[in-house]
Ligand binder design. Structure first.
Ligand SMILES: Cc1cc2nc3c(=O)[nH]c(=O)nc-3n(C[C@H](O)[C@H](O)[C@H](O)COP(=O)(O)OP(=O)(O)OC[C@H]3O[C@@H](n4cnc5c(N)ncnc54)[C@H](O)[C@@H]3O)c2cc1C
Length: 379
């Protein structure tokens, strides 16, 4: 007899959301996490639940992101209950991308209309666009406490966008998994996966575990374990550095791409996009670049004290879009990885978890197979 229906390997935001979704459906789940020294994007991110600007060239991703955002309010309310009542601080009042200069404003108009047309053609629905452009005066009246710098021409407003406390999200997913009867084991790095008589045996230095199904969600380390179930998933790291200011009174009524005020009052400034491999150092160059851009947007931020700087590694597939796939060689072994695990947490907990519980990914998730990279390379 096996003790677990599903073992999820990797308890970051992706693995924990899928594990939560499965226990919510009554599955017996074991969630195994790695070492404290592993790279952990879930503990380094910006906290945006964000759709605007995403998915150009990949309409299924644009739709998946939108589906997730549309589930977020219900998902967060239910998660708060299941996790014991703490607040996630999820807010959905829309979000802004500032445009510095006329050219940036025009480029944004083009991107927004392209994305809007792409989704309309894909879904065959004439829907209200998710975004609108705000001229400087309108933008300034939306944020009366923040004096805009002279280069700010306007902003793109995404009505579905929002933000959340990402560390609480992770902690509450873990809490909910355990409260609903799942098991979470930290410091259980999986070293090997094998199959015996149709059952997966997952090896760790602290013992072997067995389940009918497994989900590999080990973030940046996904490639190594995926190969053991016959999947070749190319993933590379992209470093993102973030600055945090001291706490201040309300300045930013909405989250912005690159600036967001937390519920506690700190302002997060970020994040860089650096191709430096698996290197999570922080650098002075990044802090100068981030601070300079923030001050161009809002000159008064220059008077705030910076209290923290950190860096994390984004988990990037070759086209930047998620990978969800089941192994053909080892049916029952799934891989889930993406670079927007906070935004997609709701869809991971609901749709992806339901697919895994049913033993088959739903047809609309099939475009996210890693085979797209190998087909593109062969063409
Ligand atoms: C700077 C930055 C900003 C970001 N901002 C946003 C944002 O605003 N909004 C958004 O939606 N997303 C954002 N993200 C992305 C988001 O943080 C990730 O998508 C999310 O954390 C999910 O990551 P994950 O669970 O796949 O990986 P991780 O969080 O890295 O978790 C992987 C887990 O797997 C474990 N592990 C590794 N190897 C093994 C093994 N062999 N056995 C067992 N366990 C193992 C590790 O210990 C780790 O806990 C940002 C990321 C960065 C770096």
């Amino acid at each position: 007899m096996i003790e677990h229906d599903t073992i999820i390997i990797g308890a970051g935001t992706v693995g924990a959301a899928i594990a939560y979704g499965l226990v919510r459906l009554g599955s017996k789940v074991l969630l195994l996490d790695g070492a404290k020294t592993d790279f952990r994007a879930a503990r380094a991110n910006f906290g945006l639940v964000w759709g605007q600007g995403k998915g150009c060239g990949m309409p299924p991703y644009q739709r998946l992101t939108r589906q997730s955002i549309d589930l977020w309010a219900d998902f967060s309310a239910e998660l708060q209950d299941h996790a014991g009542g703490a607040a996630l601080n999820y807010e959905q009042k829309g979000g802004l991308v500032f445009c510095l200069g006329e050219k940036a404003f025009e480029r944004r108009i083009v991107l927004n209309s392209k994305l809007s047309e792409q989704l309309r053609d894909f879904d065959n629905l004439d829907q209200t666009p998710d975004t609108e452009m705000l001229e400087r005066a309108e933008l300034q009246s939306l944020m009366p406490n923040l004096r805009l710098g002279p280069e700010v021409v306007g902003a793109s407003y995404g009505r579905r966008d929002g933000h959340v406390n990402p560390l609480r999200l992770l902690a509450m997913l873990h809490a909910a998994v355990m409260r609903l009867g799942g098991k979470l084991r930290g410091e259980h790095s999986v070293t090997a996966i094998r199959r015996e008589a149709g059952i997966f045996v997952v090896e760790t230095a602290r013992g072997d575990f067995r389940a009918a199904r497994i989900v590999i969600a080990t973030g940046i380390a996904v490639g190594k374990l995926a190969r053991q179930v016959g999947l070749d998933i190319p993933i590379k790291a992209q470093r993102g550095q973030i600055l945090v200011t001291e706490r201040v009174g309300p300045l930013l009524p909405l989250p912005c791409s690159g600036l967001r005020q937390t519920a506690e009052g700190t302002i997060m400034i970020g994040a860089t996009h650096e191709d430096v491999g698996e290197n999570s150092s922080t650098t002075t160059e990044a802090s100068i670049a981030l601070a300079s851009k923030a001050v161009k947007i809002a000159p008064d931020l220059a008077s705030l004290r910076l209290v923290r700087q950190w860096s994390g590694l984004r988990i990037m597939s070759p086209d930047g879009f998620p990978v969800y796939v089941e192994s053909e060689e080892f049916p029952g072994a799934f891989v889930a990885t993406c670079h927007s695990g906070v935004t997609l947490a709701a869809v991971h907990a609901r749709k992806i978890a339901a697919s895994i519980a049913a033993g088959k990914l739903s047809p609309d998730v099939l475009p996210f197979s890693h085979r797209r990279f190998h087909l593109n390379a062969a063409a």
